[in-house]
Design a protein around this ligand. Structure first.
Ligand code: FMN
Length: 144
């Protein structure tokens, strides 16, 4: 590793108490349905001044199973799932056509919170190019 990179990395912190609040969270108390908790946490991230809280990492996999990831914008979250818009002819569109599953990750550093969502992905009929990622419990995949 280049010494400059090493020094730079050593100089950085995560969860610096001067800029990060760490609200307590006991996963055992999480509600069975994730949407209300996501909605509350999203609102809290906005209220805490998190920049671009509606951007998220979207992971897909190609035909060989090789993963890829990129940033997209959240368009909505409701009982149908988490939705984003993209072109079907993009690389991720090709991945999703072959393997209609994805994972999302949000990170809201100001509160030290991350949210992970994974599940099947289907094209939303209402708006062209909109896709919906429906979370399902691990091991209980379902197709939309
Ligand atoms: C802040 C930000 C928001 C973005 N939002 C979207 C989006 O909503 N939809 C999208 O298709 N690409 C979005 N992009 C571009 C993707 O990250 C990516 O570069 C592009 O979609 C091509 O990805 P692919 O080659 O894996 O298909 C965004 C990029 C950034 C940095």
């Amino acid at each position: 590793m280049a010494p400059e990179l090493h020094e730079l990395l050593r100089s950085l912190r995560v969860w610096d108490p001067e800029v990060t609040a760490l609200p307590p969270f006991d996963p055992a108390t999480a509600p069975a349905a994730p949407l209300p908790l996501f909605t509350r946490w999203f609102a809290e991230a906005v209220a805490a001044g998190q920049t671009e809280p509606h951007t998220m990492s979207l992971a897909t996999a190609d035909a060989e199973g090789l993963p890829d990831v990129r940033i997209v914008m959240l368009h909505g979250a409701d009982d149908d799932g988490w939705s984003f818009a993209t072109h079907t002819h993009s690389r991720k569109g090709g991945h999703l056509a072959g393997r209609p599953y994805a994972a999302l990750a949000f990170y809201w550093p100001v509160l030290g919170r991350q949210v992970r969502v994974r599940g099947s992905v289907g094209a939303a009929p209402a708006r062209r190019g909109r896709r919906i990622c429906t979370p399902v419990p691990p091991g209980r995949w379902r197709r939309r």
